[in-house]
Design a protein. Structure first.
Length: 183
C-alpha cells in the first residue's frame, strides 16, 4: 500500500512536544557515540479514518533547541560551523509518500537542514492509540533513519593525530512521537 499526501476523510493530530523526542546519534573520535536531541518540536500527523498509517506528516524542529548535555558542544553545533541557527533556525520534514501496511511502514519525505533539502526514508511503526484522562485521543509512532550530515552542508570536522576524524558523517535519527487529535 502506498499513501500520498491526499486524503478525503482524515483526522489531524498535533504533535505533543511534552511526549515526543527527536534524537540523533553520531560517532565521536571514531570510538564512541554521542547522543543528542532537539527539545522544541511541533507539527501535525494526518491519519485517514479507519487507519493507523498516516497520510501526511509535517514537522518543524527549532534547531537552536539542540541538547547534547554539554553546553560548549551545543554552542558549537549552533554556530556557522554546523547548524548556523541564526541563518537557518528551523529543521523541517514534510512527507511525500507513505508506503507499507500493518504496524510497520516507510515514511518518505523532504528533510531540510541548514538550507539544504534532501529526500529521506524513515522506517516507522505504529505504537498505539488511546484516550487520555482528559478525553483526548492520542496516537503514537516511532521512526528511525540515517542521513549523511555532509549531504546537508554540515561539513566541519577535524582530523585526529592518530588517524580518522573527530565527528562521524553518518547520523542516526530516532523519533518517538505522540500526537493529540484536533477537534
Amino acid at each position: 500500500m502506498t499513501t500520498t499526501n491526499t486524503s478525503t476523510s482524515s483526522q489531524a493530530y498535533a504533535i505533543d512536544p511534552a511526549h515526543t523526542t527527536v534524537e540523533f546519534v553520531v560517532r565521536h573520535m571514531m570510538i564512541a557515540k554521542v547522543r543528542g536531541r532537539f527539545t522544541s518540536v511541533k507539527g501535525t500527523i494526518d491519519v485517514p479514518a479507519g487507519s493507523n498509517i498516516p497520510s501526511a506528516v509535517d514537522v518543524t524542529v527549532d534547531a537552536a533547541s539542540i541538547d547534547t548535555r554539554e553546553e560548549q558542544r551545543d554552542g558549537h553545533l549552533k554556530s556557522a560551523d554546523f547548524f548556523d541557527v541564526e541563518k537557518y533556525p528551523q529543521i523541517t520534514f514534510r512527507s511525500t509518500a507513505i508506503e507499507g501496511s500493518g504496524d510497520a511502514f516507510t515514511v518518505r519525505g523532504d528533510l531540510s537542514i541548514h538550507g539544504v533539502t534532501r529526500e529521506i526514508a524513515l522506517d516507522t511503526t505504529f505504537e498505539g492509540r488511546g484516550s487520555d484522562p482528559w478525553g483526548n485521543e492520542r496516537i503514537g509512532y516511532e521512526a528511525h533513519g540515517k542521513i549523511s550530515r555532509k549531504d546537508f552542508g554540515l561539513n566541519w570536522n577535524q582530523a585526529l593525530e592518530a588517524g580518522g576524524v573527530l565527528v562521524g558523517d553518518e547520523i542516526k535519527i530516532e523519533i518517538s512521537a505522540e500526537a493529540i487529535a484536533q477537534k
